[in-house]
Write a protein that binds this ligand. Structure first.
Ligand SMILES: [Zn+2]
Length: 380
C-alpha cells in the first residue's frame, strides 16, 4: 500500500492511497457493507456513485456465513462482486458492543453470538486469521473499544492490553504462515501478503492515555493509524477536542482514519484536524429512515409539506433520484414502505456524501478548505 499527500491546507490533507485494487482519493468516505452488502444498493451502483473503498464487518461475516465459507467461495471480493479496495474491521467493536457474556483474557475474548447464543472466542490471532481468509486489502488490529464513561484505571489497563494485542496482530500478519483454527498450517498466498494492517488508537477521553496508545502503536509500526473509541456517547465538544488532540500525534506520512464518525459536521472537524479516512452507516441508515441530506440541510421526506411537492429532493443534486422523482413521490413510497424508497434514498444520500468529499478535496487542493468548512457549517 502506498500513500501520497498531494496538497495540505492548514492541517487538512488531500492525497491518494494506492492498494493493489486501485487508488482511493483522500479525504475518503467509506460506505459500510456490514454483511458483505451495502444495504439497498449493488456494487455496480456503488461504483457509479464513485465509491473506491468499502468496509465489511469481520464479526458479522465470521458468525455468518463464516470466513472459511467465504474463503472457499473465492474470498470477500469475489463473494460480493466488488473488485475495488475492501477494509475489514477487526471485530473488536462488535464483540464488545453486540454480544452478551463477554470474558476478556490475555489472548482474547470469549463471547456469546448475538444471532444464536453460541459461544465463540476471538483474539488478535483469530482476528488476523479471519481477515486473512476473507482476503481484505486493509485489515485492522483487534482492540477493546472502551465504553463511555470508563474510569482512568480501566481505560489504562484496557489500552495496554490493546497495544499487546496490536503487537501480536502485526507479528501474525508478518509471519509466513496463517495458522488455521484446526491447527494445520497453510502458506499465505501472494494475494494475502498484500494485505495492509492499520493499528487502532484507544484511550477513552484521557489525553495522556491517547498519547500513550499512539506511542505504543507507532513503536510497533503500522501501514496506517485509526482512532477508535470516539462517538460512543461522549459530548461533542469532548469528541472534537480528542480529534484535534490525536491527529498531530499520528505519523504524517501514513493514512489517518477516524473510525465510525460520519456526521458531516464532525467530518469537517476531522479533516480540519488532519484525518484522511471516514466510515459511517449514517448516509445509508438515514436514507432508509427517510432522512435525506441536501444542499440546504437535512430533510425528513415523510413530512406533510412534501405531499404535493413536484420539485426534486435537492435541486442542486444530479443523482438519478433527484433527476427522475419528485418529493411528493418519494414521500409516498416512503410512507408505503416500498423497497424502492430505500433504494432511491440510499442512492441520493451516498451521492451527496461522495459529492461532498470530492468538493472538499477540490477546496483543499485550491487552498480554500476554510471557505468550504465555514460554508457547510452554516448549512449543516
Ligand atoms: Zn440526489
Amino acid at each position: 500500500m502506498r500513500f501520497n499527500i498531494i496538497k495540505t491546507d492548514g492541517n487538512a490533507r488531500a492525497g491518494f492511497i494506492e492498494t493493489s485494487r486501485g487508488a482511493i482519493s483522500t479525504p475518503a468516505f467509506i460506505p459500510v457493507g456490514t454483511q458483505g452488502a451495502v444495504k439497498a444498493i449493488s456494487p455496480d451502483e456503488l461504483k457509479d456513485l464513485g465509491a473506491e473503498i468499502i468496509l465489511c464487518n469481520t464479526y458479522h461475516l465470521y458468525l455468518r456465513p463464516g470466513h472459511e465459507t467465504i474463503s472457499s467461495l473465492g474470498g470477500i471480493h469475489q463473494f460480493m462482486n466488488w473488485d475495488r479496495t475492501i477494509l475489514t474491521d477487526s471485530g473488536g467493536f462488535q464483540v464488545f458492543s453486540l454480544s452478551a457474556l463477554r470474558k476478556i483474557e490475555e489472548n482474547g475474548v470469549h463471547f456469546r453470538s448475538h444471532i444464536d447464543g453460541s459461544m465463540h472466542f476471538i483474539g488478535p490471532k483469530e482476528a488476523m486469521e479471519i481477515q486473512s481468509l476473507l482476503g481484505s486489502d486493509i485489515a485492522m488490529t483487534f482492540d477493546e473499544c472502551t465504553p463511555y464513561p470508563s474510569s482512568y484505571e480501566y481505560t489504562l489497563k484496557s489500552l495496554e492490553l490493546t497495544i499487546r494485542w496490536a503487537r501480536r496482530c502485526k507479528e501474525f500478519i508478518s509471519s509466513e504462515f496463517v495458522v488455521r483454527s484446526s491447527g494445520s498450517l497453510i502458506t499465505q498466498n501472494s494475494k494475502l501478503k498484500t494485505q495492509s494492517l492499520f493499528g487502532i488508537i484507544q484511550g477513552g477521553m484521557y489525553k495522556d492515555l491517547r498519547k500513550r496508545s499512539i506511542e505504543g502503536l507507532v513503536e510497533i509500526g503500522f501501514d496506517g493509524y485509526a482512532v477508535g473509541g470516539l462517538s460512543v456517547g461522549e459530548p461533542k465538544e469532548e469528541m472534537h477536542g480528542m480529534i484535534y488532540f490525536t491527529a498531530p500525534l499520528l505519523p504524517a506520512d501514513k493514512p489517518r482514519y477516524l473510525m465510525g464518525i460520519g456526521d458531516l459536521k464532525d467530518i469537517l472537524i476531522g479533516v480540519d484536524a488532519g484525518f484522511d479516512m471516514f466510515d459511517c452507516v449514517m448516509p445509508t441508515r438515514n436514507a432508509r429512515n427517510g432522512t435525506l441530506f441536501t444542499s440546504r440541510g437535512k430533510i425528513s421526506i415523510k413530512r406533510e409539506e412534501f405531499k404535493s411537492d413536484r420539485g426534486p429532493l435537492d435541486p442542486d443534486c444530479g443523482c438519478c433520484t433527484c433527476r427522475n422523482y419528485s418529493r411528493g413521490y418519494l414521500r409516498h413510497i416512503f410512507l408505503s414502505k416500498e423497497i424502492l424508497s430505500m433504494r432511491l434514498n440510499t442512492i441520493h444520500n451516498l451521492h451527496f456524501y461522495f459529492n461532498f468529499f470530492r468538493n472538499m478535496r477540490k477546496f483543499i487542493i485550491k487552498g480554500k478548505f476554510v471557505e468550504f468548512k465555514s460554508r457547510w457549517e452554516a448549512i449543516l
